[in-house]
Design a protein around this ligand. Structure first.
Ligand SMILES: [Zn+2]
Length: 399
């Protein structure tokens, strides 16, 4: 058992701050929250850690990562062939995510077998890191988004082949199903019939579905077909948002990566071809889409969660602090943005009885930062400790 006392606890529900409070952890659980003296009375023999000037909050949830993503990596060809090297990269990415306070990740398109390998490593205890849920390989149509030379995709067409691909992914250990359905054009890449086959097959097997749907057509089909999360959804306009909410869809906008991609693509293509210019223009348009839609959709009651979606090799794999700060820049309060990175992700994953809040009975996935991110959101970067299921895995406290 252990008591952790901070200057305040941000519960993660978007509104509650408990000043001068402590948590009592027993094994992997938060068993009690209260004043320090009260907890010390309840568990007199146990270790107490007092974290002066710090805030305790739930471990963060990143809903959109590709920890085995090879996009634009110079060594891509070699790594496709080299499973050991790929696994080392995956391991590094898990540790990087943990280092910024992420205790749960959802991999939305990974190389074959990554999810099972990580799961086994955790189960046997020889690696430690964030909880990791996987979609296994994402599904894309022949010639569809991401189909060219990526190990993290399956090219598959037609309702019955798609049903089989969903079944195969589940057999290989998928927790979720991921579909790629749009790229730079405004067309939905799959037909509505194909998308409905995917959601029907996944749902009848008890799995939820995520869809990469950047453009309006694609978002409209995603809503119609009953997906569970829309990834990107830059053009989730007022009318589509209303329909999406009626159907219970949630939104993982991944705003930061799109904003950042504009600058990134300009920097790596100093003399862009016509096609590259069109690509940059597309990205600029998507950022305009977010600016029009993000705050209005949030205020309408859309369930929104953070996802980082970094695929570029030069960038840190999970800059969740950037996504949280972007939400604040787009008009959320720091507390609302933090809820998007904690409770909202847990709800979408149907794990809100386990993670996402600092609450008695829940898993002790906890983050300690110096400062007060409820007032100064950039304090979320000052990570001091990260607990995963009650185990202190990151400790940067100066003794
Ligand atoms: Zn992605």
């Amino acid at each position: 058992m252990k008591i952790i006392k901070a200057d305040r606890i941000i519960v993660g529900d978007g509104k509650t701050i408990l000043p001068d409070s402590a948590v009592l952890i027993d094994k992997d659980r938060i068993v009690k929250i209260g004043e320090l003296e009260e907890l010390q009375k309840a568990a007199p023999e146990c270790e107490t850690e007092v974290l002066e000037g710090c805030t305790l909050l739930p471990g963060l949830i990143d809903m959109h990562v590709h920890i085995s993503g090879l996009y634009r990596r110079p060594e891509k060809a070699e790594m496709q062939e080299n499973a050991a090297y790929l696994m080392l990269m995956v391991y590094k990415h898990l540790q990087d995510a943990l280092s910024v306070g992420i205790t749960t990740l959802r991999g939305v398109g990974e190389a074959k077998g990554i999810g099972a390998a990580v799961r086994n490593g955790y189960r046997k205890g020889f690696i430690k890191g964030p909880r990791y849920l996987t979609c296994e390989r994402s599904l894309t149509r022949t010639g569809g988004h991401g189909s060219t030379g990526e190990v993290a995709k399956i090219e598959v067409d037609g309702p019955w082949n798609l049903r089989q691909a969903v079944r195969n992914n589940i057999k290989e250990g998928a927790d979720w199903i991921k579909v790629m359905d749009s790229h730079r054009g405004h067309l939905s890449e799959y037909t509505l019939e194909e998308l409905c086959a995917i959601t029907d097959e996944a749902h009848r097997n008890g799995k939820k579905c995520a869809i990469h749907a950047g453009t309006e057509d694609s978002v409209a089909y995603a809503v119609e077909a009953g997906f569970d999360t829309i990834e990107h959804g830059c053009y989730l306009n007022e009318e589509l948002c209303k329909k999406a909410m009626e159907k219970g869809l949630a939104w993982i906008p991944t705003v930061y990566v799109y904003e950042n991609s504009v600058d990134y693509m300009k920097s790596v293509t100093p003399n862009p071809t016509k096609a590259e210019q069109a690509g940059i223009r597309f990205l600029e348009d998507t950022v305009d889409g977010y600016r029009k839609n993000f705050l209005r959709n949030y205020q309408a009651g859309m369930l929104i969660a953070t996802g980082t979606d970094i695929c570029f090799p030069e960038m840190f794999i999970t800059p969740i602090y950037d996504e949280i700060e972007t939400f604040v820049r787009y008009g959320l309060t720091p507390m609302q943005a933090l809820q998007c990175a904690t409770e909202n992700g847990a709800k979408i994953l149907d794990m809100d009885d386990e993670i996402g809040l600092v609450k008695e009975g829940l898993c002790a996935d906890l983050l300690v930062v110096e400062g007060n991110p409820a007032e100064t959101i950039t304090d979320i970067r000052n990570v001091r400790q990260v607990y995963r299921a009650g185990e202190l895995l990151v400790n940067k406290m100066v003794k």
